[in-house]
Design a protein around this ligand. Structure first.
Ligand SMILES: [Zn+2]
Length: 550
């Protein structure tokens, strides 16, 4: 019992300090819809610059440091006695103490990309202490600070609930409204499937639609965004509710997420619409294969059952965190009429059943769907091509990767080590993680499309970037080389001065490896530099030169 009380106390919401000194403007909100996930933090704008001080939001200790070329880039995770974890991503550089700590680990492991879990006593931090400087590392597309708060079970929590708030007096904006028929008997304005509902903005708060005729099981979908004061960014909304004839039948709130369920966004949004229009409609009803935990109110999964000759008033409320709200009002009349536009579903001989392992043998190519690969049943389309094959349907999302097995028995053994399966996109073959064993190449893909066997026998090329080979570099602080790798991409990189391993930081955006001369003390005047870079098929590029430095 005591344990339970303690636990509840530890998770109680409280206010933290802001992680930056400047006023907070967001380029991304918590719970915002992204590809394959809900945004698990807030993206704080840093005036388009790097190098802004980042502060610990409470007392605590650094419990995890991760440096990767993608994802959060340079990231710090701090555990706080109050029962939360704070996360800071895309950092340019850590403070001196943390930087020295991680650099030692990088030299120990001889790796730039690294993840370590320091002991509690190693890197304590004080509330307000500068722990790092903001940057643009990892998968960011511009300088900003990705900031998260998590509970001790690593569930991301909305930082706005911890007092990291913004100025926002602007209401969300509706840009698309749709109704969906949810079985073969239902209809909306004598049509089936996704039916657009025309609306007009009555005033700043209220959107009205004409009365629609409908019958049977239907659901609503909306496309919305939210803007904040003094910021051009289109961000996500906080809360959406649906009220039918005065009863709230649906509500979701972006207070807490779960990394293991974030993929279900593919069933939360209208995925086929997203593929075609690059715009997300959020469904205000829950599909059977959606395990998200963001719902705070659900009656019949948000599905509205319209009966003949009855009137319904559907109201949708959309709010941002600051409670700026819009109301969408849809009058519905129950009317069972002749269905003019029947929903047509394309079928093929290749039926994929969700929840069951399915293998298709197309001769040279075998495709395997695991039990949990698709979210729902669908029909697969397969077409062989000269160099490979085409797999559709690209409007079906996959929860996990399908396995592709390609018979390569007619490819000479000498060529097989350069072989991979590529997914064609904009005339280019994109490397899919592939393995060759015996006469079979095995590859994995989460997306459908055009696949081709491709070759990569060209090693990455390495060029001096900020220096001239064989020159005097005594006054240099850094040494950079540039990489050129056109096919499968960079896998490993290692560099040595006088046969000692040196840490070169990899910046994939600039395609550069950079060494900081203050890392090691060099003996003598003439020094040998060797850089070895491999691509994903193990083609090895080597660059060697020498330079002079006291
Ligand atoms: Zn972010």
């Amino acid at each position: 019992m005591f344990y339970f009380v303690f636990f509840a106390y530890a998770q109680e919401k409280h206010n933290v300090r802001k992680p930056v000194d400047i006023p907070i403007y967001l380029s991304g909100t918590f719970g915002e819809l992204r590809s394959n996930h809900f945004h698990s933090g807030m993206d704080i704008k840093t005036k388009g610059e790097e190098g802004l001080p980042v502060h610990a939001v409470e007392d605590g200790f650094v419990y995890r440091i991760k440096i990767s070329r993608g994802g959060y880039g340079r990231a710090l995770y701090i555990k706080h006695p109050s029962g939360i974890i704070s996360v800071y991503g895309h950092l340019k550089v850590f403070n001196d103490k943390i930087e020295a700590y991680i650099k030692q680990k990088q030299y120990e492991k001889q790796k730039f990309e690294i993840e370590v879990f320091p002991y509690k006593i190693e890197l304590p931090v004080k509330k307000g202490e500068i722990i790092a400087y903001s940057g643009n590392t990892g998968g960011s597309s511009g300088p900003h600070l990705h900031f998260e708060i998590r509970d001790l079970q690593e569930h991301p929590l909305n930082p706005m609930n911890f007092g990291v708030t913004i100025k926002d007096t602007i209401r969300p904006v509706l840009r698309g409204l749709f109704a969906y028929t949810l079985d073969s008997l239902s209809q909306i304005n004598q049509a089936q499937g996704r039916v657009p509902i025309f609306f007009h903005k009555k005033n700043d708060t209220l959107y009205l639609t004409d009365s629609i005729n409908a019958y049977g099981k239907i659901g609503i979908g909306i496309s919305v965004y939210d803007k904040q004061n003094n910021s051009y960014n289109y961000n996500g909304v906080y809360k959406v509710s649906v009220i039918v004839n005065g009863t709230k039948i649906y509500e979701h709130v972006m207070d807490e997420l779960n990394f293991f369920k974030s993929h279900y966004i593919n069933t939360f949004i209208d995925y086929p619409y997203y593929v075609k229009k690059h715009r997300r409609i959020q469904k205000l009803f829950v599909e059977p294969y959606n395990l998200l935990e963001i719902y705070t109110q659900l009656v019949n999964d948000g599905i509205i059952n319209i009966k003949n000759k009855r009137n319904y008033n559907i109201q949708i409320l959309v709010s941002d965190f600051n409670k700026n709200t819009i109301l969408i009002n849809i009058p519905v009349y129950g009317y069972k009429a002749k269905i003019i536009e029947k929903e047509k579903k394309k079928t093929t001989p290749y039926f994929v059943k969700a929840g069951k392992k399915t293998t298709f043998d197309f001769g040279k190519v075998k495709i395997i769907f695991g039990k949990h690969t698709p979210y729902y049943d669908f029909y697969l389309d397969y077409k062989p091509t000269q160099k490979g094959f085409i797999l559709n349907n690209n409007i079906v999302p996959l929860h996990k990767s399908m396995v592709i097995k390609y018979d390569i028995s007619d490819i000479p053994k000498s060529k097989r080590k350069y072989l991979y399966l590529g997914k064609k996109y904009r005339k280019k073959s994109h490397y899919l993680s592939s393995k060759v064993k015996g006469d079979t190449l095995t590859a994995y893909s989460k997306y459908f499309g055009k696949f081709e066997l491709a070759y990569d026998s060209i090693p990455p090329k390495i060029f001096p970037s900020n220096f001239k080979p064989k020159s005097k570099l005594t006054n240099y602080h850094f040494l950079s080389v540039e990489l050129l790798e056109k096919e499968t991409g960079i896998a490993t990189y290692n560099a040595y001065i006088d046969d000692r391993w040196i840490l070169m930081e990899y910046n994939p955006k600039k395609r550069k490896l950079t060494y900081n001369f203050s890392d090691l003390k060099l003996n003598g005047y003439k020094h040998k530099l060797k850089v070895i870079v491999t691509d994903k098929l193990g083609n090895r590029g080597v660059y060697q030169t020498y330079f002079f430095r006291h």
